[in-house]
Design a protein around this ligand. Structure first.
Ligand SMILES: [Zn+2]
Length: 449
């Protein structure tokens, strides 16, 4: 383990008029992020586009065309990385058959999610972190399984990011387990991710966080003509879809509408992503997904897991879900030439930084409580040490109720902290901090008496 002293210390002066931000980069994670390679990303996308269509209903027998050949290629790619992992990485295709549903499946369909599991180094650490993209693609008609559907950006970009993350991270060791997955059936109503999330729930996988990457490689918008590769969106649900009825009362009572687990993960993605990736601002979007639309993180949050969607800042609808054609001088279709590989490089770096920081960190502090015995203008927060990993200490995070991001961090080596700020006016959370400065996800305190 590298010592903290080897971390790069950058003090950003004048970052904001009010304060300075200190950036501590763990040297291993900085190195991983630096290893993300535009040419690798480009080569994965060229390969995926060459399968013609990757529609979920397309051919699975051909060796060169269709979703079958595409998913086998992803597994082959993952298997290559397994060789550099000291036996920790396993690659396989997880399949299931979907019957016609009268909607977007019209024949029995053997669907396959391509997996790479990088086993954690601590056998007692049951935490699992998932990073996904969807391999399937489509044209204008979602049932069209023969026309070329390059899907370079939607979602070749997400899958390329996942493959690149697997390539780089399989050379490093993490306490927790990381699952790299290219799901299918996204365009047929989130079938592959739904199958995976249901299995994770049924088999009791300890999925601590899931990052769904869907379209992370195009920098421009149709209609509004914006070009921007310096901002990335993270979507997270507000009120949790899982057991909302059961929890709505306490959420309302404690004012936790913006403090669900997935929103904490979104803030974490912003902080850690911006810590390691230069020239990138992460925008928190307070929605589970784009307006009336869905993604592969949705079945995960619906099953009670913590999950967010990572998506480019602007979408170009001339290149999304379109038949390849030229009309009135406009070229339609999701082609590689419309992508920005510098942007995809940065967005892949965000995923790697977040996954690495989480999987290296100790697990979350447990039984985090805020004392409410007496009326008081200070706040007393206490907790127990995490189950996994060694802690150097804890951050107590604080922010105004109207602030979208944490504003202050108090470091302590104790398992309690009394601070002279009223719980009436601020929100709090506690993170475990590992010896290499890696933080766990924050935990919002429950009521302690
Ligand atoms: Zn998509």
């Amino acid at each position: 383990m590298k010592k903290i002293s080897t971390a790069i210390l950058i003090v950003l002066i004048g970052f904001s008029a009010k304060s300075q931000t200190i950036i501590n980069r763990n040297s291993d994670i900085a190195q991983m992020v630096k290893s993300v390679n535009q040419d690798s990303l480009k080569s994965y996308i060229t390969k995926m586009v060459a399968f013609g269509t990757r529609n979920t209903l397309s051919d699975i027998k051909s060796k060169t065309k269709g979703i079958g050949a595409a998913r086998n290629w992803v597994v082959t790619k993952f298997s290559q990385f397994a060789k550099q992992s000291d036996g920790r990485l396993t690659a396989f295709l997880d399949t299931t058959t979907f019957q016609p549903d009268g909607k977007r499946i019209d024949k029995p369909t053997l669907l396959g999610n391509a997996f790479a599991i990088l086993k954690g180094t601590d056998a007692n650490d049951k935490r699992v972190y998932v990073v996904s993209g969807h391999l399937d693609s489509r044209v204008t008609d979602v049932m069209n399984r023969t026309s070329d559907a390059p899907g370079a950006n939607d979602d070749g970009s997400g899958v390329a990011g996942v493959i690149e993350a697997a390539r780089i991270m399989s050379k490093y060791k993490f306490s927790a387990t990381i699952i790299f997955v290219a799901v299918s059936g996204e365009e047929q109503s989130l079938l592959g991710s739904g199958f995976m999330a249901a299995k994770a729930k049924r088999e009791g996988w300890n999925v601590d966080a899931m990052l769904n990457n869907d379209m992370i490689g195009s920098n421009n918008s149709s209609e509004t003509q914006i070009i921007d590769n310096t901002r990335l969106r993270v979507f997270s649900e507000g009120l949790p879809s899982f057991e909302l009825d059961k929890n709505a009362k306490s959420i309302r009572q404690f004012g936790l509408e913006n403090d669900g687990k997935s929103r904490q993960l979104a803030r974490y993605v912003k902080e850690i992503g911006e810590r390691y990736v230069d020239q990138l601002e992460i925008k928190l979007i307070y929605r589970n997904d784009r307006f009336l639309r869905g993604g592969d993180h949705t079945p995960f949050v619906e099953n009670g897991f913590t999950a967010v969607r990572i998506t480019e800042m602007n979408e170009n609808f001339e290149h999304q879900h379109q038949d390849l054609r030229t009309e009135n001088g406009i070229r339609y279709g999701d082609l590689q030439e419309f992508m920005d590989f510098e942007y995809l490089r940065k967005n892949t770096g965000v995923n790697i930084a977040v996954l690495a920081n989480l999987a290296k960190a100790p697990s979350t502090p447990i039984d985090v409580k805020i004392d409410v015995k007496n009326l008081s203008n200070s706040s007393y927060i206490y907790w127990k040490a995490p189950v996994n990993g060694t802690v150097k200490g804890y951050y107590v995070l604080m922010r105004e109720t109207s602030s979208s991001v944490w504003e202050k961090k108090f470091f302590t080596t104790a398992t309690e902290l009394r601070i002279p700020y009223s719980k009436d006016n601020y929100l709090f959370a506690v993170q475990s901090v590992g010896n290499d400065e890696n933080e766990s996800l924050p935990v919002v305190p429950g009521i302690g008496r």
